[in-house]
Write a protein that binds this ligand. Sequence first.
Ligand SMILES: [Zn+2]
Length: 104
Amino acid sequence: MSALKPCPNAFCAHSSPKIWQGAVAKKWRGTCRQCHIETAAFDTEAEAITAWNTRASDELVPELVGALELALEYWAHRQQRYKNRSPVWVQDARAALAKHRGQG
Ligand SMILES: [Zn+2]
C-alpha cells in the first residue's frame, strides 16, 4: 500500500489514517480512526488512497479562510455579552488561522 498522508483535519489531535473496504458494497474508503473524517467510496483501493492523499485545491483555501474569519468575527460579536468566553473550537480556529498566515 502507498504511504498515506496524515489526516487533513486541522483539529484532529492524533492522525490515524487507514484505507478499508466495506463488507457489503465492497467499496474502498480512506478514514481517520481518530476523528472519523472519510473520503467518498471507490471501487478500488488505489482510488481511495489517491482521494485520501489529495487535499482541497489551493484555490479553495482563501475561500475557506474567509469563511472561518467570518465565523470568528460573528463569534466575537456574539460573545461580548458572555465576557470573553472562548471555547476550544474558537481557540483551535484562531490557532489554525495564525498557522496558515505564518505559512502564507
Ligand atoms: Zn483525523
